[in-house]
Design a protein around this ligand. Structure first.
Ligand code: C5J
Length: 222
């Protein structure tokens, strides 16, 4: 089996069982006026993940390996947004309120779109999700077996919220998971570092981590 040089040890994968999942690289999290900024975060911490995520997309597309994008966005009537989620926070803007990028975290609004640098290709799956984890209330759990995916590479934002939650969900469902360390980011750099360490601790209790360059090298050798 091919391998990716990773922590805590090399990540072995079947050449046709590997998929990429890019979590929530949306304007609402990365751009001014969106959900992330409404919560009081410094969005500048996320920009550095865009270029590495773009390289990952190029590597998977070049090998014709499956790519899945997720978007955290609610139905316009907010029927899939639990009151606890909508009411959380003490800022003036909440989910569903009108902001500079349209209604915050609502499907179809400008802020819910994926940033243009990472725009999905027409044949790539885009999963809208109402929760932090991408398996909750979505079709992802049915789609992965249909695509023959057993091993997943993760990228996206934020590391310790939606990326980590989804990676843990996938791990519990039997998928082998690798986090592309430089293609993920957090509003809190210390949380990113801690999340990566806790995922790979205990000999990979949740999975593996590797730089994009190591993933590019492995895919380039297929
Ligand atoms: C958050 C996410 N942080 N995509 N969502 O609310 O991580």
């Amino acid at each position: 089996m091919p391998t990716i040089a990773a922590r805590p040890y090399d990540f072995a994968f079947p050449a046709r069982g590997l998929g990429l999942i890019v979590i929530d690289m949306q304007r609402d999290f990365l751009e001014p006026g969106g959900f992330g900024e409404a919560l009081g975060n410094d969005i500048g911490h996320l920009a550095g993940a865009i270029a590495p995520a773009r390289r990952l997309l190029a590597a998977f597309r070049a090998r014709k390996l499956p790519v899945i994008h997720t978007r955290e966005a609610h139905l316009p009537d907010l029927s899939d947004c639990p009151p606890a989620k909508r009411q959380r926070g003490r800022g003036s803007l909440h989910i569903g309120d009108a902001g500079p990028l349209g209604r915050i975290l609502v499907d179809g609004e400008p802020g819910s779109a994926i940033v243009p640098e990472l725009a999905p290709l027409p044949d790539e799956l885009v999963i809208r999700k109402p929760g932090k984890g991408a398996f909750h209330a979505t079709s992802l759990g049915r789609i992965l077996p249909q695509l023959g995916i057993s091993h997943l590479v993760f990228a996206g934002v934020t590391t310790e919220v939606c990326v980590q939650t989804t990676m843990r969900e996938a791990n519990d469902r039997g998928y082998e998971c690798l986090l592309a360390e430089d293609a993920t980011a957090s509003y809190f750099p210390a949380f990113k570092l801690a999340a990566v360490e806790m995922l790979v601790a205990q000999d990979g209790i949740v999975g593996w981590a590797a730089p994009v360059e190591a993933i590019e090298t492995a895919l380039g050798a297929l």
